[in-house]
Ligand binder design. Sequence first.
Ligand SMILES: O=C(O)CCC(=O)C(=O)O
Length: 285
Amino acid sequence: MKLTFNNEYPAKIDYTEALNQLLIKELDVLLLSKWIETAEIDSLMYEIDNGLDKIEKGKVIIPDGYFYPYPYSVVQGVKKEAEIMLLKYFTSAITVNNDFIAKGIGNVSNWYQTKLEKLLKVKLINLKTEYGLEFAKTNLRILETTKNGIDIHCENAFLHQLTPAFSEWLKLKVDLENALSVFSVIQKPDKGGELFLYDLEWENFKYKLNDSTYEERHTIDGQFFSSRGIKDPERKSIELNNGDTVIFRAAQIWHAINKIEGDKDRITLGCFIALGYDKNLYYWS
Ligand SMILES: O=C(O)CCC(=O)C(=O)O
């Protein structure tokens, strides 16, 4: 596989066509430089610095930072545990979908959706359960400086950990195994935090994340792969600046975020997009 890029914004390309190419695997990565404007970043950062620190509920602490609200990947376990996680997920989704407001931008999730719809010239539909519960529309990822970024993964490598009824529902609704990730850099760290893309897809390397150690998954040169018989897969490092946005085939392509150094945390905002079996395009986080 060759990693294909399209890395200009604004570019003289048809973004609807680029999205289609991503969905049919003719394109792997679309890079939009400075797609989020400085004023928009300032609004978001003001809200993050002054509001988010005080939010206790709806944040999920991970070893290297925190996510707000709960990402769908927290819905794990069975019976009582699954019920609790579903309740936590959908409750924090309501908070972020309705109450995450930034001055100048308004409702952050709606602003991001509208911006994506304008760019891609498509309608994006927020996933809802059959009982009308809304999935979280966007997710903020705060990765703390001096920590290890995000481990080597592809989204398909943790689906088996989800509560079975939840993942089965998702799999019937959308082409989950080919979902795309969209994320925008709101605060670039001083050093590190690059996106690493490995030249390896889930289709050809199906290893479950919870069968590996934290250390293996955080060794960026790919110990995770070499100890499973794949010698040094080629990898691309993408340095991202404030406002830069990436749309890529995250469910399939193994990837990671490099460790972070300096004074600043790395902050991104993102969501997932997948084609529904009813031909609509759905998004969630
Ligand atoms: O940097 C981010 O916000 C997340 C990158 C990532 O690991 C993903 O999109 O799956």
